[in-house]
Design a protein around this ligand. Structure first.
Ligand code: BYC
Length: 335
């Protein structure tokens, strides 16, 4: 839908590039103008000139974000039929549908950068494109649905609120609605945790067990430490990212530890201490080897998630074929 709105003529109107010297000077001038626009907090729109690396960075990040939303439907979808009440089932159904919607807005935002949705889906199915490490962990009990809403959506909000001010217009605008919905998701998750934490000993144990299993993977969601993050420097310069991975991780910890205390639960980090001088909670070492393994495809559920996604794609082939045939018939009629 967005790609049709692109001004193809403007994109094709490249200057005379026969002379490589002239082209280089022109690129440097454009690059400087581009950075000035970013520095002045102007939004970059699909028809504007942008450096190729900026475009590629956005396609990578937005499409991986979209894939995460779509794969992220699986761990929670697992509990729709077993939700403990109709109210819980209705809320969970709505939440999983919202994730699907987020994936679709994000694919549409990526398409404004001149890449086809089919190509992005192929990259996911072939294993070339990543999706968030967090969705490769299993949902073993109902408390995991509470923990995902509270922690995973909580981490998502922390990461995505600054993306509402991302320099690329279509991504920033998509994020506004996504964040509003994530905020509802986070509250429904916290409410599940609160109910369990105030329940029987067995329910409280379930809540604690879910926190134990999701805490560290949630800290990994923010990406590798700043010292090894490959894309942070350019993404911060271009105001795609407004905060570094470590800064967002710290904000998440500072916001979440008091919430765990309010629930009467223990954060599974023996080294966690409050540093009164800085006002921050200091955490123990994160197992980055585990993160690398999960991102490399060797997490507890990577194979299951991808097999399910591939099967769903295959099962839906007839719908896509029918839609294409219908569109073709209408085109022929109109002609
Ligand atoms: N998992 O240079 P870095 C959701 C990769 S959806 C896997 O720091 P960047 C939700 C990274 O891609 C959650 N891979 O990268 C849905 C890069 O590899 P490539 C998803 C990760 O992009 C349903 C490499 O590591 N949220 O919230 O500057 C239900 C080096 O990293 C991860 C988004 O996608 C990871 N956790 O920063 C509930 C938000 N972390 O691409 C909730 C948008 C890093 O070079 N994305 N990698 O092969 C971002 O903000 C950034 O892309 C990241 C990473 C902060 C994730």
């Amino acid at each position: 839908m967005y790609t049709q709105a692109l001004n193809a003529q403007a994109l094709d109107a490249e200057p005379d590039r026969a002379d490589p010297g002239v082209a280089k000077v022109e690129d440097a001038v454009r690059l400087q103008r581009f950075q000035e626009r970013i520095d002045a907090e102007e939004r970059i729109e699909p028809n504007d000139w942008m450096p190729e690396l900026y475009r590629r960075t956005l396609v990578r990040q937005i499409s991986q974000h979209a894939h995460s939303e779509i794969i992220g439907m699986q761990p929670e979808g697992n509990w729709i039929t077993r939700a403990p009440s109709l109210r819980r089932k209705a809320a969970l159904l709505a939440k999983v549908q919202d994730e699907c919607g987020h994936g679709l807005y994000l694919y549409a935002a990526a398409e404004t950068l001149g890449v086809a949705r089919e190509e992005l889906v192929d990259q996911l199915l072939s294993g070339k494109a990543k999706y968030s490490s967090i969705f490769n962990y299993p949902t073993l009990t109902w408390a995991d649905i509470g923990a995902i809403g509270w922690l995973v959506d909580g981490a998502a909000i922390m990461n995505q609120i600054p993306l509402c001010r991302c320099s690329y217009g279509p991504y920033a605008r998509a994020m506004i609605r996504v964040c509003k919905e994530e905020s509802f998701h986070q509250r429904q998750g916290y409410e599940i945790m609160l109910t369990l934490a105030r329940g029987t000993d067995e329910q409280k144990e379930m809540a604690q067990d879910a926190l134990n299993r999701w805490w560290w993977p949630c800290l990994m969601m923010f990406g590798p430490p700043d010292t090894v993050s490959q894309h942070s420097d350019s993404s911060m310069r271009w105001k795609i990212k407004r905060f570094s991975n470590d800064e967002l991780r710290q904000k998440f910890i500072d916001a979440t530890v008091p919430q765990a205390h309010y629930l009467g639960l223990t954060v599974p980090d023996p080294a966690l201490t409050f540093d009164a001088a800085s006002g921050h909670w200091r955490h123990g070492p994160i197992d980055w080897d585990e993160f690398k393994q999960v991102v490399a495809g060797n997490g507890p559920c990577n194979a299951e998630r991808m097999a399910r996604r591939r099967q769903t794609e295959e099962d839906g082939a007839w719908v896509r074929e029918a839609a294409r045939a219908y569109a073709e018939k209408n085109r022929a009629k109109a002609a």
